[in-house]
Design a protein around this ligand. Structure first.
Ligand SMILES: [Zn+2]
Length: 280
């Protein structure tokens, strides 16, 4: 679930709190989310945070010449808590213990164990595949999209492809496409110059709108569940925020795509996912 706006607000809040804080101990308990072994995790013990950054949906915690790179995937959460976790807490993936009993904790909920952590030397960051493969940021100033999305693939999939453009996932893609009045199934290489510009504007305004809500409502320790200022995603049956038409949805195995037939699909209702596959 964490997409660009969730990771951006987490970055802002942690960037205001962590620099100067010393890590007393570092643990990656249970099923090992730590994907690197050199340098070892204990190399960060006794070090202080020097910076907190975001790239796409990835978070970078800088400790001088070492960097912790975190990806929460779909079910990970990161919180700065006043209390330390029980070591029996099976959701814990990374525990960074700070002075005065505080702790930066990465947890993961649900059955999949996909969230991960890497400890890298700053000098190796440039070669790190998960960063090097990322497309340009979707916010605040994405590049013109006509050329970037020039591929025979549906927008819904292109926009969520982090190698094409980074930061957008299953929730905010529905909001962006609705504001841009574009079908999730329209192919990237079918976008007109005008549509590409509308899509870029919608991307900037929607991600910015969500961030504004988070600025108001999200604070440390960072919520387990973020407020969800959605107007379209998973709101099938409710009125479209643009035109009032009842929103429709296509259901996939583990997510839902919501859209307005009037604004986005020329009146067509694409409820059946076999049909939606044909349209890809
Ligand atoms: Zn509509």
């Amino acid at each position: 679930m964490p997409e660009l706006p969730e990771m951006e607000i987490a970055t802002r809040r942690l960037a205001a709190a962590l620099p100067g804080e010393t890590i007393e101990s570092a643990l990656a308990p249970g099923i090992n989310a730590l994907k690197t072994f050199d340098p070892p995790l204990h190399a960060i013990e006794g070090r202080a945070f020097t910076g907190v950054y975001r790239r796409g949906k990835l978070l970078l915690l800088e400790l001088d010449d070492l960097v912790l790179l975190l990806h929460l995937m779909s079910a990970g959460r990161l919180q700065l808590l006043d209390k330390r976790a029980s070591l029996r807490d099976r959701t814990s993936r990374l525990l960074l213990r700070l002075p005065e009993g505080r702790e930066l904790r990465m947890r993961e909920f649900g059955s999949k164990q996909a969230a991960w952590v890497k400890l890298l030397r700053a000098s190796d960051l440039e070669a790190e595949e998960s960063l090097a493969s990322l497309g340009p940021e979707a916010w605040p100033d994405p590049p013109p999209l006509r050329e970037l999305l020039d591929a025979p693939r549906p927008l819904h999939s292109l926009l969520r492809d982090q190698q094409v453009i980074s930061g957008i996932g299953r929730t905010w893609v529905d909001e962006i496409l609705n504001v841009a009045r574009l079908s999730p199934f329209k192919r990237g290489d079918d976008l007109s110059e005008e549509e590409a510009e509308a899509l870029r504007a919608a991307m900037i305004s929607e991600l910015g709108r969500v961030l504004d809500v988070y600025e108001e409502r999200v604070d440390l320790p960072l919520p387990e569940k973020f407020p969800k200022p959605t107007r379209v995603h998973a709101r099938q049956g409710e009125p479209c925020p643009q035109c009032g038409t009842v929103l429709e949805a296509v259901f996939y195995e583990d997510y839902v795509m919501t859209y307005c037939p009037t604004d986005q699909t020329e009146g067509r209702v694409l409820k059946d996912r076999r049909l939606s596959r044909l349209l890809k």
